[in-house]
Each structure stands twice: as structure tokens, then as C-alpha cells.
Design a protein around this ligand. Structure first.
Ligand SMILES: Cc1cc2nc3c(=O)[nH]c(=O)nc-3n(C[C@H](O)[C@H](O)[C@H](O)COP(=O)(O)OP(=O)(O)OC[C@H]3O[C@@H](n4cnc5c(N)ncnc54)[C@H](O)[C@@H]3O)c2cc1C
Length: 182
């Protein structure tokens, strides 16, 4: 099995690297020194569809697969690891469950605005007693008419305070083993 990048992947890598050099490098020191959140840079990534490399074009992605997502992660984090954390939480952690398991209405409302960079996504999985062991999460969802009422506690959630969209992981049935797929 060859782990070398294909010609198409190398060309994609050059595009992302040039983009990061031009648009992120000038911000990198400010991000570290001032805890500056690169909101406009995320919008610019979205306009290029670099937030949705693995997801289908009809969902607002590029349909290039997870090797290209890894290329984006490498190239952005080579310039600013903090900016990559912000990109990754929105573009992969939040977006992948919706891309794989969401229906067309959910994708239109909750996935496309995040992949376009218009909104920021957050994945709320970790709880005080459950991190690596995601099956131990205690947050519960109770149906209330057309809505769900969620009860539980989350921690360490990247960009939760940014007035974007968040995807909280929870169990429907207490006393049963929870499996979380993402
Ligand atoms: C910068 C940052 C951003 C984060 N952003 C988010 C976010 O956006 N959303 C979110 O949901 N969470 C987020 N987290 C939380 C992160 O995902 C959790 O910290 C992680 O899942 C580990 O959980 P924990 O801290 O409870 O550690 P634990 O799960 O308690 O693990 C502690 C240690 O034990 C080891 N360990 C655990 N289980 C086993 C095992 N079975 N066998 C051997 N060793 C084991 C681990 O490797 C680790 O070294 C973030 C964390 C950080 C630091």
C-alpha cells in the first residue's frame, strides 16, 4: 500500500498551502498573542470550500475524501495550530455526524451554513465524567412534542460561546448502553 499523495492530492496541497501562507500567516502572531479568533479567515476557507473537503459537493463540500481533509489540517496547523483547532471543530467534528447521518432538511439548515463559513459549528461530546470513554455520557434527551429537552453537563467545548451551531451528543434511553458514532 502506498501512502504517497496522488498527483491530484499534491496539487490540492499546493493550493491549500498557498492559501494559508497568504491569508493566515499575517494573522498567526496576533492569534497567539491576543487570543484573536480568526473569524474572517474561517469565512474565507468556507468560500474556497476548504471547510468541506471530504463531504459531497451537494452538501457544500468538495467530495475529495479524508486524505484531502488531512491535507487541509496539516497545512493550516503548520501556520497556526490554534486556527486549525477552530477550523477542525467546525469543519470536521461538528460537520461529519451531520454529513453522514443528517437528512436533507437538517443538512440544508445546519450543515451548509457551517461548510460555507457563514456559521461556526461546535461538537459537545465531553462531560465531566466522560471524555475518551464517550459511551459513558450522561446527558439525556427527552422528547417534548416536536422538540427535545436536553439535560446534562458538558465541558471543554471549543467555540461554544460563538453564537453558532452546536451538536450535543446525548442518550435517548437512560439505563441502556449508549453508543456514539461520529
Ligand atoms: C484544546 C481542547 C479542545 C477540546 N475541544 C473539545 C470539543 O470541542 N468538544 C468536545 O466534546 N470535547 C473537547 N475537548 C475535550 C477532549 O476531547 C477530551 O479532553 C478528551 O476526549 C479526553 O477526555 P478526558 O479529558 O475526560 O480524559 P480521560 O478520558 O479521562 O483520559 C485521561 C487519560 O487516560 C487515558 N485513557 C482513557 N481511557 C483509556 C483506556 N481505555 N485505556 C488506556 N488509557 C486510557 C487517555 O489517553 C488520557 O491520557 C477538548 C479538549 C482540549 C484539550
Amino acid at each position: 500500500m502506498s501512502l504517497a499523495l496522488t498527483g491530484r492530492e499534491q496539487s490540492f496541497q499546493r493550493r491549500v498551502r498557498a492559501f494559508a501562507d497568504k491569508h493566515l500567516k499575517p494573522l498567526a502572531a496576533k492569534i497567539e498573542a491576543e487570543e484573536y479568533f480568526p473569524r474572517d479567515f474561517l469565512r474565507a476557507l468556507g468560500r474556497k470550500r476548504f471547510l468541506g473537503a471530504p463531504f459531497s459537493r451537494s452538501d457544500g463540500g468538495l467530495g475529495l475524501g479524508w486524505v484531502c481533509e488531512t491535507i487541509v489540517a496539516e497545512e493550516i496547523s503548520a501556520v497556526s495550530a490554534a486556527a486549525e483547532m477552530a477550523r477542525l471543530a467546525s469543519a470536521a467534528l461538528y460537520s461529519a455526524p451531520l454529513a453522514y447521518f443528517g437528512n436533507s432538511v437538517q443538512k440544508k439548515q445546519f450543515l451548509r451554513p457551517v461548510l460555507s463559513g457563514e456559521k461556526i459549528g461546535a461538537l459537545a461530546l465531553t462531560e465531566p465524567q466522560a471524555g475518551s470513554d464517550a459511551g459513558s455520557i450522561k446527558t439525556r434527551a427527552r422528547r417534548n412534542g416536536r422538540d427535545f429537552v436536553l439535560n446534562g453537563e458538558k465541558r471543554f467545548i471549543n467555540q461554544r460561546g460563538r453564537r453558532g451551531l452546536s451538536l450535543p451528543f446525548r442518550c435517548h434511553r437512560p439505563h441502556q448502553t449508549c453508543s456514539v458514532r461520529a
